[in-house]
Design a binder for this molecule. Sequence first.
Ligand SMILES: Nc1ncnc2c1ncn2[C@@H]1O[C@H](COP(=O)(O)OP(=O)(O)OP(=O)(O)O)[C@@H](O)[C@H]1O
Ligand SMILES: [Mg+2]
Length: 337
Amino acid sequence: MQDIILRVEDLQAQFDTTDGVVKAVNHVSFDVPRGTTLAITGESGSGKSSVALAIMGLLPYPGRVTGGKIYFRDRDLLTLKGEELRKIRGREIAIVFQDPSTGLNPVLSIGDQVEEVIRTHQRVSRREAKAMSIDVLGQLGLPDPEEIVRRYPFQLSGGMAQRVMIAIATALNPSVLILDEPTSALDVTVQAAILEDMARLQERHGTSIILISHDLGVVAQMADNVAVMYAGHLAEYADAATLFRSPRHPYTASLLASRPRPDQESRGRLAVIEGAPPSLVDLPDECAFLPRCHKATSECRTEPTPSLLPVGPAAHVAACYNPMYRADEGSAARRSA
Ligand SMILES: Nc1ncnc2c1ncn2[C@@H]1O[C@H](COP(=O)(O)OP(=O)(O)OP(=O)(O)O)[C@@H](O)[C@H]1O
Ligand SMILES: [Mg+2]
């Protein structure tokens, strides 16, 4: 049995706006085994950050969780309160936010910010906290950490600031680290270095990582398992090798097909799939992917978005009535599903 550190079950979350109810997270379920990386990918607005923020209890107003369970080990975070909850969120589960400008306080030195996190959660002296800060910054590949702790955020490059935020999130050696688009604003070399740091950190401490990224190159490099989100739903889930080799949901297949490749002229251009996702205020009665799907059957037009169905060996599942099988997979693959 794998040691499941985080289990999200049938999670639902919404934003009650003046324009209507935005159904940002719709019946999402997944497990994160200890020491593994789950990548969550999908187009902008598909609900990736909302899942992360719901786990952290940080959905901004007017957002709220309306159903489901979020287990950390065997405790459902949605039923815990006060001190018990604080001990887990922030300490056992930490997040690096998507928006870097929200991450660091401009008027505090880097050292003060890392130390503050450590001293909020651990009974250590100032001096010990300082030594720990320098240590954690050094572990993340920041050169000359003794000097960096004296700097202010504006004195850091984008890559350094991102590493400091990761240092703050990892200072307490969390069991689960959520990284929301941790490298999308950085150039390719810095991105690669940060991803290597993450892999090393995971190796050393057995950290479980939830990596949110729309960059399928990053996903392929880092993920053990991949969850593809579409319109607030999980469209497909599989181990990374299986997902990249045998995507079953037409949406996943389109994402993979439209992925920019270094050897093609499309290099640098964003992946585009024809059409647009539905409004999350007015989710359709039929499958949410229908208007963009080239494989739709009559069932897809009359039934709501299906729940996750087995489409292959192991835990490969897709929310699709008519999943894709390659010609060379034949009926054996269908039978095993
Ligand atoms: N504060 C908010 N108020 C109202 N609606 C919101 C708010 N934050 C997010 N939403 C809506 O919730 C849905 C999911 O947004 P979310 O930010 O989770 O998507 P995402 O997959 O992280 O997108 P991106 O790739 O752009 O970061 C979107 O329709 C978005 O407009
Ligand atoms: Mg986001």
